[in-house]
Design a protein around this ligand. Structure first.
Ligand SMILES: NC(=O)c1ccc[n+]([C@@H]2O[C@H](COP(=O)([O-])OP(=O)(O)OC[C@H]3O[C@@H](n4cnc5c(N)ncnc54)[C@H](OP(=O)(O)O)[C@@H]3O)[C@@H](O)[C@H]2O)c1
Length: 388
């Protein structure tokens, strides 16, 4: 029985993880859960899975959860400290890191330092603190298992291979809802339009990142750290059907790929049960799904966030943390209709231009760069207005 903690259990990845656990009660036991402020959903999950502890970032939400759970023995914690405590709770075997954004970094590090394997959905942890996280993984001899479907695909393709025999990765991208939109129309794209992802159902932030291609840029950086590849070895191909989850090319020219219907429960299930595989209780690959698979170049000029991620990766140090911080702010401003879709990349570019990179940052340098990037992005964002 694998004992699991889920950080971000009320979100898209978190609830799909619970779906997998629900289907295999003999294999997994949930020990603790954490979320930001969705206390009602968290309380329901806590009761269903009979967990030992929960944490909510929001104090008021934690207070409501505590009131609701007064008749139980479930420990209710709050704030950043509470989330960190839950990340290291008890004697769990694995922590599923599925919070959104940079907020996932410190709890993920806490889980690693406590010697827990981590199933990583929170790609921002690696984007922002790649070297720090990978060093901690090595020092604590834990496994970092990718949940992102592309990285899970790569992980599966390289199973039993030497990482050094990989010559190239080709990460696939759905292209998002604006893949076929003309460039002039993009400036007028609304948040509602951007939130309609063609193939995946995900939280709001990653859905906007998919529309700008920033999500793919982040995945390039994630792959760079996870598989120890140079950025030049990582390509991106747009594949609107999201059936081929990524390709790995080896030094002899052979190419392996991993395929399946777009359902995050497959990579989640693989990360939870690795090295075993569990039978899927959802749609399997069919000949129908394999008709007319398309692949095309990303429109880098119209979706500049992809190249901004490569640039941040090349600059290294604190630059990816600043890119991520500015992106979190810009996405929020776009969702609140304070800036236009095309302003997101403009804000990032400007903030990156102004940043003095710290080349070998420790955690404090990263947190400082994150704070600076957020502040500067808010100022730059204020100077933009929708449609400009
Ligand atoms: N969704 C996907 O298909 C998918 C695929 C690959 C990778 N990912 C990655 O997985 C992560 C989660 O994505 P998602 O789509 O599941 O997001 P989501 O639906 O927005 O859920 C985010 C979860 O994190 C919690 N949370 C947010 N901010 C927090 C904070 N500061 N402190 C504590 N908890 C916080 C939320 O709690 P509340 O409910 O209380 O707000 C919620 O439980 C992201 O890094 C994303 O890039 C997602």
């Amino acid at each position: 029985m694998k004992k699991i903690i889920i950080l971000g259990s009320t979100g898209s990845i978190g609830s799909q993880t619970l779906d997998v656990v629900r289907q295999h009660p003999d294999k997994f036991k949930i020990k603790a859960l954490a979320a930001k402020k969705s206390w009602q959903r968290l309380v329901k999950q806590a009761r269903e899975f009979k967990v030992e502890a929960i944490a909510l970032l929001d104090d008021e939400a934690a207070f409501r959860a505590q009131e609701e759970l007064h008749d139980s023995e479930i420990v209710v914690l709050s704030g950043k400290k509470g989330i960190k405590t839950v990340a290291g709770w008890g004697d769990a075997d694995m922590v599923v890191s599925a919070m959104v954004g940079m907020a996932g970094l410190v709890p993920t590090l806490r889980a690693i330092e406590r010697g827990r394997d981590v199933a990583l959905a929170n790609k921002e942890s690696l984007v922002v603190g790649g070297p720090v996280v990978m060093e901690a993984v090595e020092a604590n001899e834990v496994r970092l298992l990718p949940v992102d479907s592309e990285h899970s695909a790569v992980f599966q393709c390289v199973n039993g291979e030497k990482l050094s025999s990989m010559s190239r990765l080709i990460l696939t991208a759905s292209g998002g809802p604006f893949r076929t939109w003309e460039a002039e129309k993009l400036a007028k794209a609304s948040a509602n339009e951007a939130l309609k992802h063609p193939t995946w159902e995900m939280g709001a932030k990653i859905t906007i990142d998919s529309a700008t291609l920033m999500n793919k840029g982040f995945e390039v950086l994630e792959a760079h750290h996870l598989f120890n590849l140079k950025l030049e070895q990582i390509d991106v191909w747009v594949h609107p059907q999201s059936i081929v989850h990524s390709f790995v090319e080896f030094c002899d020219g052979s190419v392996l790929a991993q395929l399946g219907p777009p359902d995050m429960r497959t990579p989640i299930s693989y990360a939870l049960s690795y090295p075993e595989r569990l039978p899927p209780q959802w749609e399997k690959l069919s000949l129908d799904l394999m008709q007319n698979l398309e692949f095309e170049e990303p429109r880098r000029k119209d979706f500049p966030c992809l190249d901004l991620a490569y640039a941040a990766g090349r600059a290294g140090g604190t630059m990816p943390a600043v890119l991520n911080a500015a992106n979190e702010v810009a996405v929020e401003l776009f969702l609140k209709e304070k800036i236009a879709f095309t302003d997101i990349a403009r804000v990032l570019e400007k903030v990156m231009e102004e940043h003095n990179t710290v080349t070998k940052p420790d955690l404090d340098d990263i947190l400082e760069a994150d704070e600076w990037g957020r502040g500067r992005a808010r100022e730059v964002g204020r100077a933009c207005s929708p449609g400009k």
